[in-house]
Design a binder for this molecule. Structure first.
Ligand code: F6R
Length: 366
């Protein structure tokens, strides 16, 4: 069942290219720069009637939602709220008729996300879910669905399901932007072209020789780690930190790099491991100066940079070169590298990556 892999987590990490191909499959309408999302159950006119999206989720799915906010607001110029389901459901949330609510869940059974969905449905509001299990409660009770097609995910830590959630949001952005006119045919064609290359680039990222094992070995005694990113890489920093803490039990937090000065920088010393996400996007100069600040204070930096950028990581202890997939999709490749790093830490520490202590794959009780 594990097809030669030592555990499900590594198998599922390596299944990402095929999971992506399954999702993208034949939903691309290449000549139109558009996508077909039949399960949505919303035509162009219905899509145009919304002036706000509200994404609701827990854990990694919440991180996917945060990435979705960056990408949908940028491409579609529509405000996107991102809510943690356990907070949203108890807040008597304000949801107007023109808000489209989108629960995101791998399992489709997460108690808080399901309760949030029921709360919204109870008020006669429209709900379209992004879900990996087609016959789950969340999928069944929604008005429409984008099925993430990641296949069965057994490892407790979300890997391929997370990647496909982000791409489902990318597909939704294209559809919404084409329906409302904020994405032109040409822009749609470009977005689809970038997306079409993504599975191969994930494959390439998986094959890179990252020294992941050496990095983990070198820092095996580290008790704390910080992940820094800006823009769309901020939620990737959160996801990287969650992956490390849940499978290797190393305390880790993600921060927007610009928040360092407002507190977390006090933590920096020789014992602090700092992962810096530094793709060659519009934020690079700022991220580089954040990295300098960490190095100056003795922090041990592991820099993730874009392929071809020889400068940024010069002062880091280790530099990983990540392929370029455009500003919007590159973060997914950075995330794949962070999955491999977290995996290697956990394995070298002798942890059970498929069944981390105290965690369940599907959180069906609060
Ligand atoms: C982390 C992880 C969890 C889930 C969360 C939501 O790796 O897997 O944080 O993302 O429990 O689960 P779903 O997506 O099934 O609603």
């Amino acid at each position: 069942e594990k097809r030669g892999f030592p555990n499900y987590m590594l198998k599922e990490i390596h299944e990402q290219p095929q999971a992506l191909r399954a999702l993208i499959g034949d939903c691309l309408i290449k000549d139109e720069g558009d996508v077909l999302l039949e399960g949505l159950g919303l035509d162009d006119e219905a899509l145009r009637s919304f002036d706000r999206l509200c994404l609701v989720a827990c854990g990694s799915s919440w991180h996917a939602a945060l990435i979705g906010k960056y990408l949908i607001e940028e491409q579609c110029r529509i405000p996107v709220d991102v809510e943690i389901a356990s907070e949203f459901r108890y807040r008597n949330p304000i949801i107007s008729e023109t808000t489209l609510v989108i629960p995101i869940s791998q399992s489709g059974e997460t108690a808080d996300t399901l309760a949030a969905l029921r709360e919204v449905k109870g008020r006669n509001r429209r709900v379209v879910s992004i879900c990996n299990v087609i016959d789950s409660s969340i999928a069944r009770e929604s008005d429409g669905i984008i099925h993430t097609h990641a296949g069965l995910e057994i490892g407790v830590a979300s890997t391929k399901a997370f990647t496909n959630q982000v791409v489902a949001l990318y597909l939704l952005a294209i559809r919404l932007g084409r329906a409302t006119g904020t994405i032109s045919r040409n822009r749609g064609l470009e977005m689809i072209a970038d997306l079409t290359e993504l599975p191969d680039l994930v494959e390439k990222t998986l094959k890179l020789d990252f020294n992941a094992e050496e990095i983990a070995c070198e820092h095996l005694t580290a008790c704390d780690a910080i992940y820094l990113g800006r823009g769309i890489c901020y939620p990737v920093a959160l996801e990287g930190a969650l992956k490390l803490k849940e499978i290797s039990y190393v305390h880790a937090d993600g921060y927007p790099a610009g928040e360092m000065k407002h507190g977390p920088i006090a933590l920096i010393d020789r014992d602090m491991l700092v992962f810096v996400l530094a793709p060659r996007d519009r934020h690079l100069a700022k991220v580089r100066s954040n990295m300098e600040e960490v190095v100056t204070r003795g922090g041990r930096v592991i820099a993730l940079c874009s392929e071809g950028d020889e400068e940024t990581g010069k002062k880091a202890e280790f530099t990983l070169s990540i392929p370029w997939a455009g500003e919007t999709l590159s973060p997914l490749l950075f995330n794949v590298a962070l999955q491999l790093l977290a995996y290697n830490f956990a394995i070298l520490k002798g942890k059970d990556v498929d069944q981390p202590r105290n965690l369940a794959k599907s959180v069906t009780v609060e």
